[in-house]
Design a protein around this ligand. Structure first.
Ligand SMILES: Cc1cc2nc3c(=O)[nH]c(=O)nc-3n(C[C@H](O)[C@H](O)[C@H](O)COP(=O)(O)OP(=O)(O)OC[C@H]3O[C@@H](n4cnc5c(N)ncnc54)[C@H](O)[C@@H]3O)c2cc1C
Length: 262
């Protein structure tokens, strides 16, 4: 299936995929939309990265998603690439899978037998592997609108400007009165075969009054239990350091936004 072609054409050129037939879905313009309905933001599968990064509803209600879309590659890739293609391709270093998981998105699939909703935490199964069945396509991504006093942020470190992530961190949080954290999602990208929650960080923050000291303490826990593979860009130790530093930075921004700042 051809959406933006930004991943598929590359893997076909490398002969990693040699499909017998290709269905171009770009003509199904009904699959390109961003709208608010029933307490959620519904995003059609053919919505381009550029649309996501510039949309006012997304910028206001889901700033972390706008930020993630805005750091994908360059303008040419963002003009063509689609959210459906990015999630279906399931590259663990890609930006939108990590962002969607932190936002507790549901992936709505469609086949001739009907549609179903798959939680993003169940959707990504392994490197480039998802819960999509052979006869299904992604129709929509549905993200619950965060309550008041919520904040989200996304940051990645890459080798080159807007390259695939060496490490990425997506944070979404909500604060009750007295700055007590009553919802927290910290998701790491680029550190395993799928986007991965940082459970020790989340555990430490949940139900606690958020202050600088706690943010620092919780960030130090982000890499616990992880041993990211070394590669030509960084050793395992360096990646662990980056996870902690980037988590602290992203948590601070998300909390500041939940308090009404920037
Ligand atoms: C130079 C370059 C740099 C890039 N850098 C980044 C980056 O920094 N961060 C990042 O996140 N991404 C990056 N990308 C990938 C880019 O975001 C792609 O757009 C995205 O991964 C795939 O989206 P697409 O619409 O182009 O999908 P396609 O390439 O058209 O399709 C990809 C796969 O998804 C399937 N598919 C497509 N749409 C659907 C659907 N609706 N339902 C079911 N299956 C579907 C196709 O069958 C195919 O298997 C980069 C790409 C390039 C070329």
């Amino acid at each position: 299936m051809l959406a933006g072609g930004q991943s598929l054409i590359t893997i076909m050129k490398l002969r990693l995929a040699t499909p017998n037939a290709l269905i171009d879905i770009n003509g199904i313009t009904e699959l390109s939309y961003i709208r608010e309905e029933n307490g959620a933001i519904a995003i059609g599968a053919l919505t381009r990265h550029d649309q996501l990064s510039r949309d006012r509803i997304i910028q206001e209600k889901l700033p972390l998603l706008a930020e993630a879309a805005n750091v994908i590659a360059d303008q040419q890739v963002r003009n063509r690439g689609t959210i459906g293609g990015s999630l279906a391709h399931a590259d663990p270093t890609a930006d939108l899978p990590t962002a969607c998981m932190a936002l507790n998105a549901s992936i709505i699939t469609r086949s001739e037998n009907g549609s179903r909703s798959v939680a993003s935490s169940d959707f990504f199964r392994d490197f480039f592997t998802t819960a999509l069945k052979q006869d299904e396509i992604i129709q929509e991504v549905r993200i619950p609108i965060p309550p008041p006093r919520s904040g989200g942020a996304y940051a990645k470190l890459a080798k080159g400007h807007n390259d695939f992530a060496l490490v990425a961190v997506a944070v979404q949080t909500s604060l009750a009165s007295g700055d007590v954290c009553n919802a927290i999602s910290v998701v790491l990208g680029g550190v395993g075969s799928t986007p991965t929650h940082a459970p020790e960080t989340e555990k430490l923050l949940m139900g606690q009054v958020i202050d600088d000291r706690l943010i620092r303490q919780a960030s130090l826990k982000a890499a616990e239990g992880l041993t990211p593979n070394p590669d030509f860009r960084a050793t395992t130790e360096l990646k662990l350091k980056i996870i902690r530093t980037l988590t602290e930075k992203t948590l601070r921004t998300a909390v500041s936004r939940a308090r009404g700042g920037n």
